[in-house]
Design a protein around this ligand. Structure first.
Ligand code: PLP
Length: 405
C-alpha cells in the first residue's frame, strides 16, 4: 500500500543522531550544541505573572478564533510593524506556533486538482521540513526550487515551466530564510505576488524570524499585499521574536477567504490556545522592549561571528534570523569532524535540502550553526570551529574562500 507521507524526507535531527552515533568528542572538552534553532535568551519577565494570574482559566474551553484582546494586540502589532491595518475578526487567526499553521495551510487551501491536474506546492530548497510534509499530506506534489548562493539564496519561481505554475496551488517562501538568513526585499515580493496572482496561487510566507535582524527590518508580505492581502498569508510566532518557543503561540494573517477555510479546519481538528496563553501572548505582542533587547543579543553574537569568521567558509552576515550557513566543502564530514575534535555540534546542510533530479543536494557543502547559546559559548564554539577546520585543511591562517563575502 502506498501512503501519502511515503515520500517524506527523514527528519533532520534523527539523521544527525545517526550521523554522530559512533562519534565521541575527545576527552576534556565541554560539548557545545549549535545544531538546533531553539532560542535560549531569557523569556519576557511579565509572562510568568500573567500565566499565574490566569491559571483558573485552564478550567474553560478557549475560543478557537482567539480572544478579542489577543486579536486586537496582534492587529496593532501588524499595524505598527508593517503599516497595514487588518480586519482582526476576518484576517487573523491565532496558532499554536507557526509550525502547525504552516502544515495546516496546505490542507486548508490546496484543492483536489488544479488546471485539471494533481496540484503542486512549491518551496525553496533548502527548506523548513514542515513544508514538504504539508504538501504531501494535502495530496500535492512538493516541488523543491533551488535557493543557492548565486541566487542570493532566494528561489527563482519565475523561471519555472508555465505548465507547472498552472497546477501550482501554494508557494512557501521563508523570509528571513532558515537556514541561509536571506531576506526577500520589496521588489522580490512584489514580483512574486504578481506571479502568484497571475496563476491563482496562494502565497504562504513564513516570517517567523522577522524580528531578528541586524539593521533593516525585513519587509513583510502584508506590506506589499496591502490591507486586503488577497492571495497572501503570513505566519508569525513568539518563539523567536520573544524567545518563547515553549509557549506555542503564533498567528496567520492575510487573505480573509483563506483564513476562513483555516478557521473551519481548526474548528474541527485544531487545538485552540489555552486562555492563559492567549493572555500572556496579548501582553507579549504589545511589548517591544524585550524584542529590542533580544535583537541586540543576537546582533552582538553576529558582531563576534564577523570578527571570527571574516572571509572564511563563505561567511556572510545574514540579513535576518540566527543561523550561520557555512560552506565547509562537505557538511556531513565537517559535522563529524567538529563533534569529534572540537566538541561542537552543527547540522549538515544536506539534511535540510532535497537532492535535485541529478542527485545533487544543494545543502551538501554547508553546515548550519545556530547562534542561540549565550555569547561566551558562541565565542568559544566559533573559535573552536575555525581552529579545527583550518587545521584540517592544513592552513592555520586560512585565506578567504572563493566566493566569500
Ligand atoms: C523556518 C521556520 N518556520 C517555522 C518554525 C516553527 O516555529 P514555531 O512553531 O515555534 O513558531 C521554525 C522553527 O524552528 C522555523 O525555523
Amino acid at each position: 500500500m502506498a501512503y501519502r507521507l511515503d515520500g517524506l524526507p527523514e527528519y533532520a535531527f534523527p539523521r544527525l543522531h545517526a550521523l554522530l552515533a559512533d562519534v565521541t568528542p575527545r576527552a576534556n572538552i565541554a560539548p557545545i550544541n549549535m545544531s538546533i534553532g531553539e532560542p535560549a535568551h531569557p523569556i519576557p519577565d511579565f509572562v510568568g505573572d500573567i500565566l499565574a494570574r490566569h491559571v483558573a482559566d485552564y478550567g474553560r474551553y478557549p475560543p478557537n478564533g482567539g480572544t478579542p484582546e489577543l486579536l486586537g494586540a496582534i492587529g496593532d502589532w501588524i499595524a505598527r510593524r508593517y503599516g497595514v491595518r487588518l480586519d482582526t475578526s476576518r484576517q487573523i487567526l491565532p496558532l499554536n506556533g507557526t509550525r502547525e499553521g504552516l502544515f495546516n495551510v496546505a490542507l486548508a487551501v490546496v484543492p483536489d486538482t488544479k488546471a485539471g491536474q494533481k496540484p503542486a506546492v512549491l518551496m525553496p530548497n533548502p527548506f523548513y521540513q514542515c513544508y514538504a510534509a504539508a504538501a504531501l499530506a494535502a495530496g500535492a506534489d512538493p516541488i523543491y526550487v533551488p535557493a543557492e548562493a548565486h541566487q542570493n539564496f532566494l528561489p527563482d519561481f519565475h523561471g519555472l515551466d508555465p505548465a507547472l505554475l498552472a497546477r501550482t496551488a501554494l508557494i512557501y517562501l521563508c523570509s528571513p530564510a532558515n537556514p541561509q538568513g536571506a531576506v526577500a526585499d520589496r521588489a522580490y515580493l512584489l514580483r512574486l505576488l504578481a506571479l502568484a496572482r497571475e496563476h491563482q496561487i496562494m502565497l504562504a510566507i513564513d516570517e517567523c524570524y522577522a524580528e531578528i535582524y541586524s539593521q533593516i527590518p525585513p519587509t513583510g508580505g502584508l506590506e506589499v499585499a496591502g490591507p486586503d492581502a488577497a492571495g497572501v498569508l503570513v505566519f508569525h510566532s513568539l518563539s523567536k521574536r520573544s524567545s518563547l518557543p515553549g509557549l506555542r503561540s503564533g498567528f496567520v494573517a492575510g487573505d480573509a477567504t483563506a483564513i476562513d477555510r483555516f478557521r473551519q479546519l481548526k474548528n474541527y481538528g485544531g487545538a485552540p490556545l489555552p486562555l492563559p496563553i492567549q493572555a500572556a501572548s496579548t501582553a507579549t505582542w504589545r511589548d517591544e522592549a524585550h524584542v529590542i533587547a533580544n535583537r541586540a543579543r543576537y546582533s552582538a553574537k553576529f558582531d563576534l561571528a564577523d570578527r571570527i569568521l571574516a572571509g572564511r567558509y563563505s561567511y556572510i552576515r545574514p540579513a535576518g534570523g540566527f543561523f550561520l550557513w557555512l560552506d565547509v566543502g562537505d557538511g556531513a564530514a565537517a559535522c563529524q569532524h567538529l563533534w569529534r575534535e572540537a566538541g561542537v555540534k552543527g547540522l549538515p546542510g544536506q539534511f535540510l535540502a532535497q537532492p535535485d533530479a541529478n542527485g545533487r543536494n544543494p545543502g551538501a557543502n554547508y553546515l548550519r550553526l545556530a547562534l542561540v547559546a549565550d555569547i561566551e559559548q558562541v565565542e568559544d564554539g566559533l573559535t573552536r570551529i575555525i581552529r579545527c577546520l583550518d587545521e584540517k585543511k592544513g592552513r592555520p591562517d586560512a585565506v578567504p574562500e572563493s566566493g566569500a563575502a
